[in-house]
Design a protein around this ligand. Structure first.
Ligand code: F6P
Length: 549
């Protein structure tokens, strides 16, 4: 870390120490315009970070930190196609996937945007053919069900986006199989008819064990029902490894490529989004890309103090490194975003779960927090107890739409959206305000408890309060807004990674487990433990491979 960065961190630590005792609620009391001062917008998309323990000085120090860490220069290097993924010697250009046609962006001598649009056009032709029934299955029936087989970035993005865009879904049903546990494929295929099912094998490398195993099993299921020749009608693939796809036997006009400058967890915008495009149609997919691009333009051009990804990233740094909070919860009060937390777990934790800096030396500050969450209001009836009264504060990120899609469809749903908003606002308010012992006691007395009982119960009803949250609000979750939200989170991860000076674009931490799994497979199949296995693994292997009793 440079001295300037360390000084900025020291200023933040001093700021935190000086502010001790000053509650978030008191910051509102002293500044009636706090909401305006501590929120930022991009059109209808609003980031409210006023319910965090930040003063104007704190934000100033955070912005100094971003400048000292060279966030802007790093951002520009990414947009210029420099090989910022140092350990894999690759450019990082998911931003090219949503750039409008005609934008000039050369990567290693190739016009990236032109390549992207050629693939998008091929995807659109294929998606339209499947949606219209012009492209049929081997028996002449139209495709009614699409099964995407992929894992990690080749699954989580499309799953999340398919659910998010459910109101726009007018194509064949979409299913996703990821787990190597055969139950996932089996349960998915059980109600399906091979004659009307299309498989998309999605794998950047086309070597991932889970995906290849599921793809082989899906192929058996299809061939058993319809014969070998059906494969060319019922399989498509998305990959950067075109030679390996050809070896699997997938017809070349059903293979959609992408490039090594697209990281798996940043790939939903690429051909990996094909199942989404088939579900909602090319026009809606284009709107999704346009939303991502709008956020790119904002990230690139808005001043740091009004830049949504920068501010969200700085709030993240404040909570992780200055306040020491080890996790952050993402709670969408938007059922359509029910898989956003799972998607963000990969995006954030695979990107920033790192322990060495870009030059390989140990980091000097904690890096990526644990990211977790579930949709509201469900989370309220599960883990919010701990968020309100547990011993460690957990910063929460709420997401909420002003309007849903369903209000006019069933009487009562309009009121339910009002309830959703009320609950979302109530939670962040309760987290901030809390309830004192005196308030708890007074409430019990007012409820008719005798003083002794009130004294006994009151401590259980105390809420410490002063627990931080941010709220991201938008008009309605349409494809454009989904694109803006996902790009917002991508760039937030970028900002945090740049400040920690880590490579947010490799994932070596997933390799050791993969290597051991492939060496263990023969042992599991033979029941013979290799000598190098620990006592625990050998014991478990023996237990799991013992003949059934
Ligand atoms: O195991 C991690 C990972 O490499 C992710 O980064 C990636 O998204 C996922 O596996 C799937 O990889 P592929 O698309 O190559 O099958």
């Amino acid at each position: 870390m440079t001295t300037k960065v360390e000084h900025a961190f020291e200023a933040l630590a001093a700021d935190r120490a000086a502010g001790n005792g000053q509650s978030i609620a008191s910051l509102f009391a002293t500044d009636p315009n706090r909401f305006d001062g501590f929120s930022a917008r991009l059109d209808d998309l609003l980031l409210d970070y006023s319910k965090c323990a930040l003063t104007g000085d704190t934000v100033g120090h955070l912005l100094n930190l971003a400048r000292a860490a060279g966030v802007e220069a790093r951002r520009d290097a990414m947009f210029a196609g420099e090989h910022i993924n140092l350990t894999e010697d690759r450019a990082v250009l998911h931003i090219a996937l949503r750039a409008p046609e005609g934008v000039k962006l050369d990567v290693d001598g190739e016009d990236a945007v032109a390549q992207v649009h050629a693939v998008l056009a091929a995807m659109a032709r294929f998606a339209t053919g499947i949606r219209s029934g012009a492209l049929k299955g081997a028996t002449g029936k139209a495709i009614t069900d699409v099964v995407n087989i992929g894992i990690g970035g080749s699954d989580l993005g499309p799953v999340m986006a398919t659910l998010a865009l459910a109101p726009y879904h007018d194509g064949p049903r979409a299913h996703y199989v990821s787990n190597v546990d055969g139950a996932h494929l089996f349960d998915t295929l059980k109600p399906l008819d091979p004659a009307t099912t299309l498989f998309i094998v999605a794998s950047k490398t086309f070597t991932t064990q889970e995906t290849m195993a599921n793809a082989e099993s899906a192929r058996h299921w299809l061939v058993e029902a319809l014969g070998e020749d059906a494969v060319r009608h019922h399989f498509a693939a998305v990959s950067t490894a075109l030679d390996k796809v050809a070896a699997f036997g997938i017809a070349h006009d059903r293979v959609f490529g992408f490039w090594d400058w697209v990281g798996g967890r940043y790939s939903v915008w690429s051909a990996i989004g094909l199942p989404v495009m088939i579900a909602v149609g090319p026009d809606r997919f284009e709107e999704f890309l346009a939303g991502g691009h709008a956020m790119d333009v904002h990230f690139r051009s808005a001043p740091l103090e009004r830049n949504l990804p920068v501010l969200l990233g700085l709030v993240g740094i404040w909570h992780r490194d200055v306040c020491g909070y080890a996790t952050r919860a993402v709670i969408p009060y938007d059922q359509h975003l029910s898989r956003l937390p799972a998607y963000l777990q990969q995006l954030d934790m695979e990107s920033n779960g790192k322990r060495v800096t870009r030059d390989g030396t140990p980091v000097s500050h904690d890096t990526g927090p644990v990211v977790w969450g579930e949709p509201g209001t469900n989370g309220q009836h599960a883990f919010f107890q701990l968020i309100h009264q547990g011993t460690s504060p957990i910063p929460v990120e709420f997401l909420i739409a002003a309007r849903g899609h369903e209000e006019d469809s069933i009487p009562g749903l309009q009121r339910q959206h009002a309830m959703l908003i009320a609950n979302c606002l109530a939670q962040s308010e309760a987290l901030m305000r809390g309830r004192t012992l005196e308030e708890a006691r007074a409430q019990l007395l007012m409820g008719g408890r005798d003083p002794a009982k009130a004294d006994a119960l009151a401590p259980h009803r105390v809420f410490p309060g002063n627990r931080p949250s941010v709220t991201i609000a938008y008009d309605r979750l349409n494809p454009f807004t989904l694109g803006r939200l996902i790009a917002l989170y991508e760039h937030r991860v970028f900002v945090e990674g740049a400040i920690w000076n880590i490579n947010s674009f490799d994932q070596w931490g997933v390799e050791l487990g993969k290597e051991l799994a492939s060496t263990l497979l023969p042992a599991v199949e033979s029941g013979q433990a290799p000598a190098a296995l620990s006592g625990s693994a050998a014991g478990l292997l023996k237990h799991l491979t013992a003949p059934a009793t």
